[in-house]
Design a protein around this ligand. Structure first.
Ligand code: PAF
Length: 295
């Protein structure tokens, strides 16, 4: 780990900077930049788990210093209960970052991120209208707005995002190109539990029975992949096979399973190697998403 500059507002140990406002994060980043170091940012909403630490490890492969942002972004929640229930174990998160030799943590409060009078947003294009965007109006506008703000504050050379949020990754790549942000965006393969469930901060809201049942989500995607490998190409057949796996699970409530083109996110009728299967499944009030390439 490189020695930290003395620009932060606080620190949790001798080397990890804890920044509470954008100016502190920018000062931290600039100090490293002028010393010729590459800066990486891993944006998160906290409740950190080993999937996030895999993003940090990947960030370190691309940069000399790594900042993690922790901010539960109200703009991207379209259900107030979901925002309220989102876990916020900030002390644990800071300990995890410290133990993982993260160089800086940016953890602003909402009034710092969105000061009184805030009214400027980054509007995603049509990539934000489909799939998750259709189910959760305004969600991606919230994501692009906060990520643009995080990028401006952190001034990273590179930022790392999980492929579990496949549509988010596509939208952020587009935003970086469209707004000339000049940041390398790295997509990190989904990290999974032993039963295949994609790691997610939402998993900790499942009770024990729901957690066992949630294995049906990766199992349904596996069913799609297996049928594709056996030669099935018709999207409606592949979707029906995957959907049936979820519908056999009593605690699961199927929301959607779609086969889309990896670049345009538009639905396909015939699957090929560019096709991604994307799904959302509910367990009571907890909504889990996942995706896989069919090939
Ligand atoms: O993927 C997430 O955790 C969030 O959408 C992000 C990118 C940190 C923006 O709030």
């Amino acid at each position: 780990m490189a020695a930290g500059p003395t620009t932060s507002t606080a620190s949790t140990d001798t080397s990890m900077e804890l920044c509470a406002d954008p100016a502190a994060l920018t000062a931290w980043s600039d100090a490293h930049r002028v010393s010729g170091r590459r800066v990486a940012l891993v944006p998160t909403m906290g409740a950190l788990h080993s999937g996030h630490m895999a993003l940090v490890d990947e960030a370190r492969r691309h940069a000399d210093v790594v900042a993690v942002s922790i901010f539960v972004n109200p703009l991207q929640f379209n259900q107030p209960d979901d925002f309220t229930a989102y876990p916020r174990p900030i002390d644990d998160d800071l300990a995890i970052c410290g133990a993982h030799a993260v160089d800086a943590v940016y953890a602003p409060v909402a009034a710092t991120m969105y000061p009184p009078g805030f009214q400027t947003h980054v509007e995603p294009g049509t990539l934000g209208d489909v799939l998750e965007g259709a189910q959760r109006p305004g969600h991606f506008r919230g994501v692009t707005t906060v990520v643009a703000k995080l990028f401006h504050a952190a001034r990273p050379h590179v930022a790392v995002f999980g492929q579990k949020d496949f549509q988010q990754l596509a939208i952020i790549r587009r935003m970086v190109i469209d707004l000339d942000m000049g940041i390398d965006i790295v997509g990190m393969p989904t990290v999974r539990e032993a039963d295949g469930l994609a790691m997610s901060s939402r998993n900790r809201r499942l009770d024990a029975a729901q957690r066992r049942a949630a294995a049906c989500v990766p199992a349904s995607l596996d069913a799609v992949r297996a049928a594709y490998a056996m030669g099935e190409r018709r999207a409606d057949r592949l979707i029906a096979l995957g959907r049936a796996v979820v519908e056999q699970e009593l605690l699961a409530r199927f929301e959607h399973l779609e086969l889309v083109d990896a670049d345009t996110l538009q639905p396909v009728t015939v699957a090929d190697e560019h096709t991604v299967a994307v799904t959302a499944v509910w367990f009571d009030e907890v909504r889990l998403i996942d995706n896989v390439r069919v090939a």
